[in-house]
Design a protein around this ligand. Structure first.
Ligand code: PHE
Length: 513
């Protein structure tokens, strides 16, 4: 570089530095409302004495808070899909599909996903983006009398997170067992029940799972959640397609594939619709405040309608592929026994290890499968923990780090009873359910449908669907605006009421879903 250029460069940097310094001083003077204090604060921050994170959170004064954000549309879509794709897709969907007649269930599910699921997801994300708040504050910001709905919604992730981590810990244990080549042990009778009944080991895995989740949440929306989702989600797609291709080519698997994809209209009943609706809710992480929180981090220029479509297809696609992974494999193993598919929790932790033990390359398939489930559960747990953290942060305006640590400790503490409920506390039951099942029932079968119903009433009749449509249109066209309003006002409330009643009757053993 010539000498003139170097001098020019030097002067340029000097002037820039002066301006930056000048603006910083003005900025800090405005915060502290005094010039000397502003200069002191500037140097404190420049030399790392006051973490800038605390400044951004507006903790040092009443200045407007800068909310974290995903860097772009893809980051947002992967993170939200990471939340949606979880145990529900990989384990619950295949067995419901098998139970409710295979192909016909798939048709009903896809139809409901693109109508009903789409409407609710658009609503939640738009509420988050419009208010830039988590559920706890968002409803109150839209209408002062509806703050209670925010509080009720906030309860759900707080209830789900601890017990979800217990199951996450089990999945980690299975991944580790297969990784060290002991898949055949996991196939043994009693392996699962002996493991969950132990007092210490499940707690160890649970703690590890919570710690991993917390590390990602601690790293923040951009550097933690977005980065991890961008890596894990594509890996998840590859692994699931890989296993599905392998299992459908096993000898005898074709019968299972046929059973899974051919619609048998005789098997259609109102229960098919109800089961699909309940599954849709859980699978798309709706009515638990998660999509509101993620929406509050969504860039304003990202097309909302398109993003929701992509999340939806991601979620439904992985669910459909999971069926292809599991249904034919069970058919091969049991010689076409459909009832084997309905083993509930036992399907994943007891039946699948036996299947892996019986097929060629079973241990490798087992490692890949449980890693897949682990990644899916991790990204879902991250979304739950992030939702809890953001709710507490919006409420108490404390540092993210402090709140994360608090949530981590609280989560472990609340998770312990759920874990002990299968061992040393197995005599404790609530409404005849184990502790974990009770929390699951309370959140999924009671509070979630109530929240969803109230959300429909709130959007349909209080703030009106047009206010959501307005937010959607800020970032692009809203093609389904008309059907959106129709579903929100009339169809969704009726459907949700049906889910609520049926899931309570199901839990009380009066009907069977
Ligand atoms: N949507 C997730 C699934 O399909 C479940 C989930 C529930 C995720 C609660 C987050 C919170 O498994």
């Amino acid at each position: 570089m010539s000498i003139e250029k170097q001098i020019f460069h030097f002067l340029y940097l000097l002037i820039m530095k002066y301006f930056i310094f000048h603006f910083h001083i003005i900025y800090f003077r405005n915060i502290t409302r005094s010039l000397p204090a502003g200069i002191v604060l500037y140097f404190f921050i420049e030399y790392g004495i006051v973490p800038t994170e605390r400044m951004e959170k507006g903790e040092l004064d009443g200045m407007e808070k800068k909310r974290s954000s995903f860097t772009g549309k893809i980051g947002f879509v992967f993170a939200a899909a990471g939340s949606a794709v979880g145990l529900g897709n990989l384990w619950r969907f295949p067995y419901l599909a098998a139970k409710y007649g295979g192909g016909i269930f798939l048709l009903v599910y896809v139809f409901l996903a693109v109508t009903f699921g789409f409407t609710l997801m658009v609503t939640e994300i738009a509420i988050g983006r419009k208010t830039r708040l988590s559920a706890a504050g968002a409803y109150a910001a839209l209408h002062p009398k509806w703050g209670f709905l925010g509080k009720l919604t906030s309860l759900i992730p707080m209830i789900i997170l601890p017990y979800y981590c217990v199951i996450g810990g089990w999945v980690m244990k299975y991944s580790a067992t297969f990784l060290i080549g002991q898949g055949n042990n996991a196939a043994g009778d009693g392996f699962f029940t002996t493991f969950i009944a132990k007092p210490a080991e499940p707690v160890l895995w649970l703690s590890l799972f919570i710690a991993l989740t917390a590390v990602v949440v601690l790293l923040g929306v951009e550097k933690g959640i977005e980065k991890v989702s961008k890596i894990l989600m594509p890996v998840l797609v590859f692994l699931s397609i890989g296993i599905a291709v392998y299992t459908v080519t096993l000898p005898g698997a074709w019968e299972g594939v046929k059973y899974y994809i051919t619609p048998d209209f005789h098997k259609f009943s109102p229960m098919t619709v109800l089961a699909a609706l309940g599954q849709l809710f859980y699978s798309m992480s709706l009515a638990m405040g998660i999509m509101i929180t993620y929406g509050s981090y969504m860039p304003s220029d990202a097309n909302l309608e398109k993003s929701v479509r992509q999340i939806e297809w991601f979620d439904t696609g992985i669910a459909l592929v999971s069926g292809l992974m599991i249904v034919p494999a069970v058919f091969v193993f049991t010689g076409g026994d459909e009832s084997a598919l309905q083993a509930g929790a036992g399907l994943m932790f007891q039946m699948l290890p036996k299947i892996f033990d019986s097929i060629p390359l079973g241990n490798v398939v087992g490692v890949v499968f449980f890693l897949l489930v682990f990644f899916a559960a991790l990204t879902s747990a991250i979304s739950l923990m992030e939702t809890v953290v953001s709710i507490l942060q919006d409420r108490f305006h404390r540092s993210r780090r402090g709140i994360c640590l608090l949530v981590m400790a609280g989560c472990l503490l609340v998770a312990l009873p759920s874990s002990f409920g299968y061992g040393i506390w197995d005599s404790v039951t609530i409404l005849g359910l184990s502790i974990l099942d009770f929390f699951d029932f309370l959140s999924n079968s009671v509070i979630m449908p109530v929240v969803a119903l109230l959300t429909c009433i709130f959007v349909g009749y209080v703030i009106q669907p047009s206010s959501i449509a307005e937010e959607v249109k800020c970032s692009g066209r809203f093609r389904q605006e008309k059907s959106f309003a129709l579903i929100m006002k009339y169809i969704a409330p009726v459907c949700i009421l049906a889910i609520l009643i049926s899931s309570i009757l199901n839990s009380l053993g009066i009907i069977k879903i």
